[in-house]
Design a protein. Structure first.
Length: 74
């Protein structure tokens, strides 16, 4: 099984790009709605929401050299 992850910044249309890439590669797309729905079905939604609401530390956000959009194929 292969995964591609696409991160985004606000206003960059990351989800739109991710959906297009998934469609072009015939991959399933799992965005926030799909993941929250699956978490609700597994009765772990509260745990997922708790993780989702944690922001990265301030210094990490300011000095991170991570790319703003990247593709990973595992």
């Amino acid at each position: 099984m292969h995964f591609i992850t696409i991160s985004q910044m606000m206003g960059t249309d990351g989800e739109k790009i991710a959906r297009k890439v998934a469609s072009d590669l015939s991959y399933s797309f799992y965005g926030d709605q799909e993941l929250f729905r699956a978490a609700e079905e597994l009765d772990i939604l509260a745990d997922v929401r708790e993780l989702d609401e944690k922001a990265p530390p301030l210094l990490e956000r300011l000095f991170s050299e991570k790319p703003k959009v990247h593709l990973d194929r595992l």
